[in-house]
Design a protein around this ligand. Structure first.
Ligand code: CAO
Length: 416
């Protein structure tokens, strides 16, 4: 089956998570992704949090599937020469080095554009160009703090909290992938490449859009009716942390189920969708609430929403999270069990859909990874193992016209 991005050649000058997540996605969809790594060491994640001695860490294997690995010292003149050859015949270069690193290497946007005017140059940085923090190096949690996620996550009586979801890293990579695909479509029309830049701060803020909504509502009316602070607590002039409250107009909370005393994940998320009030009352065996004026409307319920949640918890006390959801789904109530990584890893539906995949690896044996969350009717993205360090160096160099002797010479001077 031909994949849509087949024929698109990508120089993958990325490391850690934000950049690799982007290029991995493009590789799944058929792009020829060549990861350029420093000889001898490679991407730092190959060694980080290793669970098997001498084998690439899962941090690396789970972000670099379907790619090739070329080792190249791009600070040596001979390495730069190889990179220039590769640039001339590639469609995209993706990088997420610290600020200014590519320029210092001698590959500014102007130089890249001169070498290949059709090439798209895509970058991730912590902050956008011209931002007063644009000199900062940034990791995931830094971005979550700078992008508004930390100040709005967690409980009101606790500190700002980091989400386990990679809002700064993989999320930024996904934004960059959209930018690259857009620029490729643009190139079809203009024949020209362009620079695509995404900052981690901007990408986090993009996902915190509703919190900027709340800031403006708060400034106008002085309260936020869907937050637990309403109507009994106090609001300041900034959006507070709302615990597990629903972020839209539907109140919801994480509720205890049978076994919560010993199992930290025996919970469901329960949403009180306005128009589903009647089915909720029926499911809970509380038909008298349906027409009771203190319960009938969302507005009437809000002052005692936590008492309602307590009543639901009493109903949940003899049901596991799975039993509860199996009952509630029949009443069309938006809810889900709080699933652990172990449960997700073994979920037959996720295995069947290709969202959780088992990948054979030359050194590790097989490992689990998250496959493409995007599903197509005409293509099933297949996940293949991440490359060993330098696994494709010879193949790529031969393809660029280097002879076996040239490659030997490059190895002798440690340029590859
Ligand atoms: N050959 C020779 N040199 C190479 C090379 C190669 N193949 N690949 C990289 N290098 C060099 C770069 O030229 C640079 O050298 P100089 O600093 O001397 O110019 C250096 O290696 C890489 O620097 P870096 O700043 O990217 O790396 P770091 O480990 O100090 O910082 C990080 C890591 C992630 C904080 C930084 O890259 C960054 O801020 N990136 C942008 C934001 C980002 O993507 N962060 C998310 C990472 S995922 O959590």
């Amino acid at each position: 089956m031909t994949k849509p991005l087949e024929g698109i050649k990508i120089i993958d000058f990325t490391h850690v998570q934000a950049g690799p997540a982007c290029t991995q996605l493009l590789a799944w969809f058929g792009a020829d992704v060549i990861k350029v790594e420093r000889p001898g060491s490679g991407d730092v994640t190959r060694n980080q949090l290793r669970d098997i001695p001498d084998a690439d860490a899962l941090y690396f294997t789970m972000l670099n599937s379907n790619k090739k690995s070329l080792t190249l010292d791009t600070k040596k003149p001979e390495g730069k020469e190889v990179l220039e050859k590769l640039i001339r015949e590639s469609d995209v270069l993706v990088e997420n080095f610290g600020p200014g690193a590519l320029d210092r290497m001698g590959f500014s946007w102007e130089r890249l554009n001169e070498l290949n005017p059709k090439m798209i140059v895509a970058s991730v940085k912590g902050f956008s160009d011209g931002h007063h923090y644009d000199d900062l190096k940034v990791y995931e949690n830094v971005a979550q703090c700078a992008g508004g996620a930390a100040s709005t996550t967690g409980f009101w009586d606790g500190p700002p909290t980091i989400s386990a979801a990679a809002l700064g890293d993989s999320n930024t990579g996904m934004h960059l992938a959209i930018g690259i695909l857009t620029a490729l479509l643009g190139r079809d029309k203009t024949g020209k490449g362009q620079k695509v830049a995404v900052s981690m701060q901007d990408s986090v803020l993009n996902l915190c859009r509703v919190k900027l909504r709340d800031q403006q509502r708060l400034e106008r009316v002085g309260y936020l009716e869907e937050y637990p602070q309403y109507p009994h607590g106090e609001f300041s002039d900034v959006v507070p942390r709302g615990g597990n409250a629903g972020g839209g107009g539907q109140p919801g909370w994480v509720l205890k189920c049978k076994g919560w005393e010993t199992d930290p994940n025996a919970y469901i998320y329960f949403t009180i969708q306005g128009h589903a009030w009647e089915p909720i009352c029926k499911a809970l065996g509380k038909p008298e609430w349906i027409d009771d004026p203190s319960y009938k409307t969302a507005e009437a319920r809000q002052p005692h929403i936590f008492d309602i949640f307590k009543t639901i918890e009493a109903w949940l006390a003899d049901k596991t999270k799975f039993e509860a959801v199996d009952i509630l789904r029949k009443f069309d109530i938006p809810c889900a069990p709080v699933l652990t990584m172990k449960e997700l890893a073994n979920d037959p539906s996720l295995r069947a859909s290709g969202t959780i995949v088992e990948v054979p690896h030359k050194k590790r044996g097989s490992y689990l990874t998250v496959g493409s969350p995007i599903k197509f009717s005409d293509m099933k993205p297949e996940v293949t193992a991440s490359p060993l360090l330098g696994e494709h160096t010879d193949e790529v160099l031969l393809g660029l016209g280097y002879s076996r002797q040239d490659i030997f010479n490059l190895r002798e001077i440690k340029a590859v």
